[in-house]
Design a protein around this ligand. Structure first.
Ligand SMILES: CC(C)(COP(=O)(O)OP(=O)(O)OC[C@H]1O[C@@H](n2cnc3c(N)ncnc32)[C@H](O)[C@@H]1OP(=O)(O)O)[C@@H](O)C(=O)NCCC(=O)NCCS
Length: 181
């Protein structure tokens, strides 16, 4: 599969309407654009309407400033039956100096759905280049880890449900884990 079928880049000028109280760009404005890029990348790949099923952790490495050009680089890394992992790198460029900063990277799971919202099959991604293979393998590991974490979470919740009332407090899962261990 050609690289251009898997990838999508979008560059946006950060305007004052995106600013937070500190005068930098609001994190939510960046997240919104990331979701739009993930949607476009996955929908174009699948030739189908897609929804965001999950987003991996997003850490902002530095503030994005008003006046900077921000480029969102997205790539379909992996396909399941109906889901696609879209990897994304966000880079901000100070226009006059052309200095670039890596702002964050994240992984979106997008699911192709029919008009009733039911998952539908997507074309299978067969990696060709070394880069595509690397991304594909890493996405598989992330998918497996996510599944294992969900299973552990379910088991933990089942143990919690089985405890007699009063033996635990539900204020936080971390607290419960401390009691259970
Ligand atoms: C995503 C959604 C379509 C999945 O529907 P579902 O009935 O759970 O379908 P399934 O259990 O058959 O899962 C379908 C695929 O989605 C994946 N999936 C479901 N929930 C997921 C999650 N939380 N994270 C990652 N992948 C997920 C499954 O792994 C599966 O992948 P595969 O087909 O490649 O194996 C459904 O949960 C949904 O509509 N969610 C809301 C999406 C949305 O509105 N997003 C915007 C929020 S404002």
């Amino acid at each position: 599969m050609a690289q251009e079928d898997l990838q999508l880049h979008m560059t946006v000028l950060m305007t004052p309407d995106m600013a937070n109280f500190a005068g930098n760009v609001h994190g939510g404005a960046i997240l919104r654009l990331m979701d739009q890029v993930a949607y476009s990348c996955a929908a174009r790949y699948a030739s189908c309407y897609v929804v965001t099923a999950s987003v991996d952790r997003v850490s902002f490495r530095r503030p994005v400033r008003v006046g900077e050009l921000v480029t969102f680089m997205a790539s379909v890394n992996y396909t399941g039956q109906s889901s696609m992992e879209v990897g994304m790198k966000v880079v901000a460029e100070e226009i006059c100096s052309r200095t670039q900063h890596h702002c964050n990277s994240s992984y979106f799971t997008m699911v192709a759905v029919d008009p009733c919202g039911r998952p539908v099959q997507v074309p299978r991604l067969v990696p060709v280049t070394l880069e595509q293979w690397r991304r594909h393998e890493e996405a598989q590991i992330r998918r497996r880890l996510k599944y294992e974490m969900e299973q552990q979470h379910k088991e933990l919740m089942a143990q919690l449900d089985a405890l007699p009332p009063g033996n635990y407090r539900m204020s936080s899962e971390v607290e419960y884990m401390q009691i259970a261990s």
